[in-house]
Design a protein around this ligand. Structure first.
Ligand code: HXC
Length: 262
């Protein structure tokens, strides 16, 4: 299953969970264009596979990803990056309907931090380090970091990260509301917990899960009035599903719901 890729490994640790591991260990998972091409393909496959309910994205113990591939970028010109729409493909991840959980250990820097921020939930090892060090390279974040961080952790903290290039610890990221939580110590623990969470999500009605993801994401784009209206309409829409009938009947009958994703 994973053999068609060289920069990532795709596995199914649970029948309902897709685990995608970034796999360029010698370059600390630097995000090259070929890697992103493979990642987008694997995400699309998982998104269209009915047996998959949630996706976990991870890297190695040392690095989730140390950023966009600097060696690939360094000689590019403005005309080249403009004409080739450099980085535009990165946005594909945010269009995936199924929830994506980032399981972060080690460095999540620059584009690596931005990649984690594009996911729906971030779990981190105590070893994780987040940062936007692009300023040290004479550039700025280009994968959404300035925008997503500003809405998550506010202006002052975002300015500090983007303008000084300082890395923050997993605990600081949790205290700032950038990630869900820091998991316990131990190699592989963050992946284990992310898979467990993905399994839980995958056991729910997939229509409701994807509707839930859509409405939460709308909160970052719409005004409050528009967002409330959108949420209510999608909530109304849930009443057209068999899963709503099943979920509420199961509650009344004091049994476990058997969702059919219909
Ligand atoms: C290409 C990278 C890389 C990167 C590390 N490597 N990060 N290659 N692009 N982003 C390579 C190194 O060149 C080296 O290869 C190998 O990985 C191991 O890295 P070392 O530096 O030797 O490891 P270490 O001393 O442990 O330091 C780890 C590190 C450091 C602190 C994470 O590697 C580092 O500062 N990396 C760059 C971080 C960064 O600036 N990221 C932002 C990139 S810009 P060799 O061949 O020498 O062994 C960016 C823009 C995003 O992300 C905008 C669009 C999305």
């Amino acid at each position: 299953m994973s053999s068609k890729y060289t920069n990532i490994i795709v596995a199914k640790p649970e029948p309902s969970v897709s685990l995608i591991t970034l796999n360029r260990p010698k370059a600390l998972n630097a995000l090259s264009s070929p890697l992103f091409e493979e990642l987008n393909k694997a995400l699309k496959d998982a998104d269209t596979d009915d047996s998959i309910g949630a996706i976990v994205l991870t890297g190695s113990e040392k690095a989730f990803a140390a950023g966009a591939d600097i060696k690939e970028m360094q000689d590019k010109t403005y005309a080249e990056v403009f004409k080739n729409r450099f980085l535009e493909d990165w946005g594909q991840l945010a269009k995936i309907r199924k929830p994506i959980i980032a399981a972060v250990s080690g460095y999540a820097l620059g584009g690596g931090c931005e990649l984690a921020l594009m996911c729906d939930i971030i779990l981190a090892s105590p070893t994780a380090k987040f940062g936007q060090p692009e300023i040290n390279l004479g550039v700025i974040p280009g994968g959404g970091g300035s925008q997503r961080l500003a809405s998550l952790i506010g202006k002052s903290r975002t300015m500090e990260l983007v303008l000084t290039g300082r890395n923050i610890s997993a605990q600081e990221a949790a205290d700032w509301g950038m990630i869900s939580r820091v998991v316990g110590e131990g190699e592989g623990q963050v992946i284990k917990e992310a898979i467990e969470m993905a399994k839980t999500i995958a056991s729910k009605s997939q229509i409701a899960v994807q509707a839930g993801k859509e409405v939460v994401n709308a909160a970052y784009e719409l005004t409050l009035a528009e967002g409330l209206r959108f949420e209510r309409r999608i909530f109304h829409g849930c009443f057209a599903t068999n899963d709503q009938k099943e979920g509420m009947a199961a509650f009344s009958e004091k049994r476990k719901a058997e969702f059919t994703n219909s």
